[in-house]
Design a protein around this ligand. Structure first.
Ligand SMILES: [Zn+2]
Length: 276
């Protein structure tokens, strides 16, 4: 990945590195037909790499013409509600789960849609939905209003989960290299997590996307881990970092696996028994 990617500013959603990792992992799980279809849809400047465009929705969301997409990056629950309900929380379908349903169906049916944008949105939102504080409480805007310190730096809780845990992990364990971190996650997927992967991929029959359970998992993790011991004004350090890093790593890996599984269901559908 080029240096320029790292200089992009991401204020919501996994930071640039988190989104890059989700999409890089996903592409390594694409079936052949999926890879062909994705490469055809990607813009030329991506050079066949989905990961190169996975932060695009964060780059555009503050421009006036795209401001309607801002609400698609998250879904918040009422304060202190540690569960998610589509009908209660996803107002007028304008939230991250609604957006995943919408853009996956655009990719399925293909008529009249900008497939390049649909692919970049799905790939980005599949990352966002796995960041626990993208399913946080309305009142604190998913942790954005909780000002605290990450070691010596002033920041907010949302940013800790978007960027800080990932950055500190790279420095401490991965030779300050995102690709070393991604390789480590791919290794864990092949070994430590291999028995879990089939359940992460699964979706009810005849459905290509099933984001609702991912949002439920996120708010559960937000309550149990993200908000816990992170009141405004706290200084978060080793205790918080070391206990939350495994969660961040697993969520990035799950995001990648589920993005691949979703795109495989769309572009490499298995023949149904009735059609065989
Ligand atoms: Zn986002």
């Amino acid at each position: 990945m080029g240096l320029s990617l790292r200089t992009w500013v991401a204020t919501l959603g996994w930071g640039v590195d988190g989104h890059y990792a989700v999409c890089k992992i996903a592409q390594s799980y694409f079936e052949e037909k999926t890879l062909v279809a994705v490469k055809k849809i990607l813009p030329a400047y991506a050079n066949g790499e989905l990961a190169a465009v996975c932060s695009w929705p964060d780059e555009i969301k503050r421009r006036p013409e795209w401001s309607w997409t801002y609400a698609l990056h998250f879904v918040n629950t009422p304060d202190n509600e540690c569960n998610y309900e589509y009908s209660r929380d996803c107002h007028n379908d304008k939230c991250v789960t609604g957006a995943i349903f919408n853009y996956t169906s655009q990719l399925m049916f293909q008529f009249h849609y900008n497939l390049t944008e649909a692919l970049m949105f799905v790939s980005h939102f599949m990352g966002d939905i796995h960041q626990p504080l993208h399913e946080g409480f309305v009142g604190d805007q998913g942790g954005n209003k909780i000002k605290l310190n990450w070691y010596e730096q002033e920041t907010n809780l949302h940013r800790v989960w978007d960027n800080k845990i990932i950055e500190s992990a790279q420095e401490k364990y991965y030779n300050s290299s995102l690709s070393v971190m991604i390789h480590s996650l791919q290794h864990k997927l092949k070994y430590a997590w291999s028995n879990d992967v089939p359940s992460w991929e699964s979706c009810p029959p005849h459905e290509s996307a099933c984001p609702n359970p991912y949002a439920s998992e996120s708010i559960d993790l937000a309550c149990k881990y993200a908000y816990k011991d992170a009141a405004p004004g706290t200084t978060l350090g080793d205790d918080y970092f070391l206990s939350r890093l495994p969660i961040v790593e697993k969520r990035i890996a799950q995001g990648g696996i589920r993005l691949a599984a979703t795109l495989n269901r769309i572009f490499s559908p298995k023949p149904s028994l009735a059609a065989a």
